[in-house]
Ligand binder design. Structure first.
Ligand code: PLP
Length: 401
């Protein structure tokens, strides 16, 4: 019986132990949400554990456009873009996104994960090689498992390690693609794209960027990590998600016309899965309107909030991995301590989530916090106050052990 197999599994035992000790920090039930404040167990908590970087999930213009799209097209497309699910607003959004990102063409998928699962296998046939940063997102790892070719990993953001792999393999494979996150999701690290672009040019290989956390945040009005470095034309395929800054679900890949047309006619998660829902399409389009509206000051507010919090944590003596993005990880060390601190934050009115092994090496547990353009200074002040008290109560270290 399946039940017998999993009853004694270490994961199930660990979940039971954490629940028994009131330390289980996952699948919290959010009863209500105003964006920066959510209700859990009947209490308001300041949200610093989401990816809603621009705070647009509750923006009036964004909500209104999503509702109007439902009224016009209904709640779903009930089919693949390829067959019966291709709406005019899908194509309009793709044109808007291509212009925004600075690539010739873009296509949207139902999720970011599906974008990677679909696109990566199309660019990596049996004779091809993917060179992966060792901290790449799980969706890229799964995508590489679907690809017919070979994958080798280089050490995280270590250009010597990447160059060595390029030297060793350049004559062994037909097409080689360097694949990496633009912003690494746990630590907020920025990819060394200028060095990668130089290596790609030197060895004549391609670049695929998963910019899930960079799109909407980095560069000119959120045009992404490639724009931040002024290297848009050096990135062959850029992937982004709408599940973070763009306040809904969905994903996008962009590149030159032929590449994107090829992916459009071969990516299985695109062709054999239903189209992005109309309300999600309209949400992304409305987010672009807000981003491009100078009166909204979205990015000015985001970066001034990030500076305020980063300076605050530095003053309080937390180790934050030198983060330069809205993702500010707080080093804790021990897994159980990270969960105790998370629980304490909740009791004190702050929602954040721990990152524990195996997501990070044992002894390197952290609390991942992230900030929104829509957080008020008062909310951020309260968050810092609560972390200050937690530091004293749990002796949170000021550096890596
Ligand atoms: C780096 C990265 N890539 C891809 C994804 C998948 O995106 P989505 O949530 O749209 O499926 C995520 C989201 O967790 C991510 O952080």
């Amino acid at each position: 019986m399946m039940n017998d197999i999993f009853k004694s599994h270490p994961i199930i035992k660990k979940v039971a132990m954490l629940k028994a000790n009131d330390l289980y920090p996952f699948f919290r039930k959010i009863e209500d949400s105003e964006g920066t404040v959510v209700k859990v167990d009947g209490r308001d908590l300041i949200m610093v554990g989401s990816n809603n970087y621009l705070g647009l999930t509750h923006h009036p213009h964004v909500k209104e456009c999503a509702i109007k799209a439902i009224e016009k097209y209904g709640t779903g497309c009930t089919g693949s873009r390829f067959l019966n699910g291709n709406l005019t607003i899908h194509e309009e959004l793709e044109e808007k996104l291509a212009t925004y990102l600075g690539h010739e063409k873009a296509i949207v998928f139902a999720t970011g994960m599906q974008s990677n699962l679909g696109a990566i296998p199309t660019i990596c046939g049996p004779k091809d090689l993917l060179l992966f940063d060792s901290e790449n997102h799980a969706s890229l790892i799964d995508a590489s498992r679907l690809a017919m070719g070979t994958t080798f990993k280089y050490k995280h953001n270590d250009m010597a390690s990447l160059e060595k792999l390029l030297e060793e393999n350049i004559n062994r494979f037909k097409n080689i693609t360097i694949v990496a996150d633009g912003i690494f999701s746990m630590t907020g690290d920025i990819l060394k794209l200028p060095e990668i672009a130089q290596l790609a040019e030197k060895f004549g290989v391609n670049i695929y960027l998963d910019d899930a956390h960079g799109i909407g945040v980095m560069g000119d009005r959120g045009r992404g990590t490639m724009n931040h470095f002024g290297l848009t034309e050096k990135v062959d395929i850029n992937m982004g998600t709408f599940s973070k800054s763009f306040a809904t679900v969905g994903g996008v890949i962009s590149g030159n016309t032929e590449t994107i047309d090829y992916v459009k006619h071969t990516a299985r998660s695109f062709m054999f899965s239903a189209a992005m829902a109309p309300s999600a399409v309209a949400t992304v389009s409305a987010c672009l309107d807000v981003i491009n509206d100078p009166n909204e000051n979205t990015h000015e507010r985001l970066w001034s909030n990030v500076k305020l919090v980063r300076d605050g944590f530095a003053e309080l003596g937390f180790y934050t991995y030198n983060s330069k993005t809205p993702i500010i990880p707080i080093f804790i060390g021990d897994d159980i301590k990270a969960m105790q601190v998370t629980q304490y934050l909740k009791e004190m009115g702050v929602f954040a989530t721990p990152v524990i092994s195996p997501a990070v090496p044992k002894g390197e547990a952290l609390i991942r916090t992230s900030y929104m353009a829509s957080h008020s200074h008062e909310e951020l002040g309260k968050v810092l106050e609560v972390f200050k008290a937690a530091k004293e109560k749990f002796s949170i270290p000021s550096g890596l052990n």
